[in-house]
Design a binder for this molecule. Structure first.
Ligand code: HEM
Length: 486
């Protein structure tokens, strides 16, 4: 039996390497022969760095498995994710099937309807209504960090940013406070992410072995199902409460706008509102908090940039109250460059959003014909860190995004392939919350730098050396916040 299995694995490996339609695309032969090796790297949190190294070795187009090709050139975004051709369906990890009520998991037709119903919640008009709701939490963050500053201790910025973004998205989605900032209380979404990160190596291990999967189902299955049911129940109760709270009807928050679809062809059902609010909690909070921690760390590691952005904030505004969405976006070009550079060097979603080529036909991607049913994607970490795309790619250099650089042929960054930098993805399924995210990040960072001088605690001096389990591991980021002098 074992002999037969070895024979079959060997024959498949030989076919995949020497006879498969993708055989001409370069890539690590071991991974093509033994796809499980990738899972082992995933378990260790190293997979995305290995992928990056393979792109460095093999080039813009790399075959990572029997049926899998990764790209890091700008044209691939349009061909894989863009408008103007049939949508390449998403590839979901095993065990997470399609859920048509949820915008991320929906099929093309449902996605179109849900996106139409959700888009108004992210319009400029909605953002103007949401700003005062968001400001409450930014004020509170400043107050709480002031208390930390007075104690003279270093603060774990991961927690503070998480509290802020989760508090404010919960308010926009459910019209309810989570009391993260006020009471230092965690919440079920943060706990879910933390648990998932801890469990990731085990979850990957069970995908390798059906036997281990059965053992895990037996040992932990009931507990996992119970905790999922509890989460569903709690988030459903919060959403239903908001749906029925008439006094919050014209609040301008996510729920208000999504409920305006009622009575229209694209209306969202209660079940869809529940599912998408739950999604917005994760999609809108973890991503933004992650970037805030990334930009904070890289600024602290790059004193020249920290000095420049702090000076920009403190000279462009006379009073803290004047820092708002509109003024911050008009007056802080260097801050925007810092955020973009952080999104490049520490992208919130560092991996490849995997798609599958359509059956029955080859798909043109970046000038190549990719056979049917191939997993394809742009791996963000590899694309953004590649010297093929960016000069001094591994360094945090916000200047590369400034108009005076992008328009100056004598600048070494002039030829950076900025079009490859799409941390919010691209096309019909790109990030719906991009503008909100930029406003939020700009406001929080501007207020932070207005109020405080920041110093990295020695213990976090190598914070960027961290693992990726789908998301960045994000160990504590310890920073001394000191009230600004004078
Ligand atoms: C730095 C912050 C953010 C980053 C880097 C980011 C990135 C992304 C990316 C890469 C996608 C595509 C995911 C996929 O194809 O599966 C996405 C989708 C999405 N994002 Fe964001 N996001 C951020 C903030 C936000 C915020 C603030 C919200 C809302 C409050 C939000 C809501 C969504 C939603 C609903 C989708 C699904 C869109 C669709 O399928 O049509 N995101 N985001």
């Amino acid at each position: 039996m074992t002999g037969l299995r070895v024979l079959r694995t060997t024959a498949t490996a030989i076919y995949n390497i020497y006879f498969h339609p993708l055989r001409k695309i370069p890539g690590p032969k071991l991974w093509i022969a033994l796809p499980l090796l990738k899972n082992l790297h995933m378990m260790g949190g190293h997979l995305d760095f290995k992928i990056r190294a393979h792109h460095e070795k093999y080039g813009d187009v790399v075959r990572f498995g029997p049926n899998e090709v990764g790209f890091i050139c700008p044209e691939a975004w349009k061909d894989i994710y863009g408008h103007g051709h049939a949508e390449l369906p998403k590839n979901f990890p095993k065990g997470t099937g399609m859920n048509d009520g949820n915008i991320v998991y929906s099929n093309a037709a449902n996605h179109f309807r849900l996106r139409r119903a959700m888009l108004p919640a992210f319009s400029d008009k909605a953002l103007r209504q949401q700003e005062p709701l968001i400001r409450v939490y930014v004020d509170l963050l400043m107050k709480r960090l002031g208390e930390v500053a007075d104690k003279g201790e270093s603060a774990n910025m991961i927690r503070w940013y998480n509290f802020t973004t989760f508090d404010l998205i919960a308010d926009l989605a459910y019209g309810e406070e989570l009391h993260g900032l006020a009471e230092g209380k965690s919440n079920m979404w943060i706990e879910n992410i933390e648990n998932l990160m801890k469990l990731m190596p085990i979850l990957v291990l069970v995908t390798i072995s059906p036997l281990l999967s059965k053992v895990l189902q037996f040992v932990a299955g009931p507990k996992i199902r119970k905790s999922q049911a509890k989460h569903r129940e709690a988030s459903e109760a919060m959403a239903m409460k908001r749906i029925n709270r008439k006094e919050q009807a014209d609040r301008g928050d996510f729920m208000d706008y999504m409920m305006r679809s009622r009575g229209e062809k694209h209306e969202m059902t209660d079940a869809e509102l529940i599912s998408n609010c739950d999604l917005l909690m994760i999609a809108g909070s973890e991503t933004t908090a992650s970037l805030l921690s990334g930009v904070t760390y890289w600024l602290l590691k790059t004193p020249r940039a920290l000095e420049k952005v702090t000076e920009e904030v403190r000279t462009m505004f006379e009073r803290e109250e004047d820092i708002d969405f509109k003024e911050a976006s008009a007056k802080l070009p260097y801050m925007l460059a810092c955020l973009d550079e952080a999104l490049r060097i520490f992208p919130s979603i560092p991996l490849s959003l995997s798609r599958q080529t359509l059956p029955g036909t080859a798909t043109p991607i970046a000038g190549m014909m990719i056979p049917e049913n191939t997993k394809v994607g742009v791996h963000q970490l590899s694309a953004f860190h590649s010297e093929r795309n960016f000069h001094r790619a591994k360094e945090f250099i916000p200047e590369r995004w400034l108009p005076e650089t992008t328009n100056d042929p004598s600048s070494p960054f002039y030829n950076d392939k900025r079009e490859v930098h799409k941390p919010f993805s691209f096309g019909p399924r790109d990030c719906i919350g991009r503008n909100l995210a930029y406003h939020e990040m700009r406001l929080i960072m501007a207020r932070l730098l207005w109020n405080f001088d920041l110093v990295l605690d020695e213990q976090s001096s190598n914070w960027h050396e961290q693992k990726i389990f789908g998301l960045w591991e994000k160990p504590p980021l310890m920073v001394f916040v000191k009230r600004k002098a004078g």
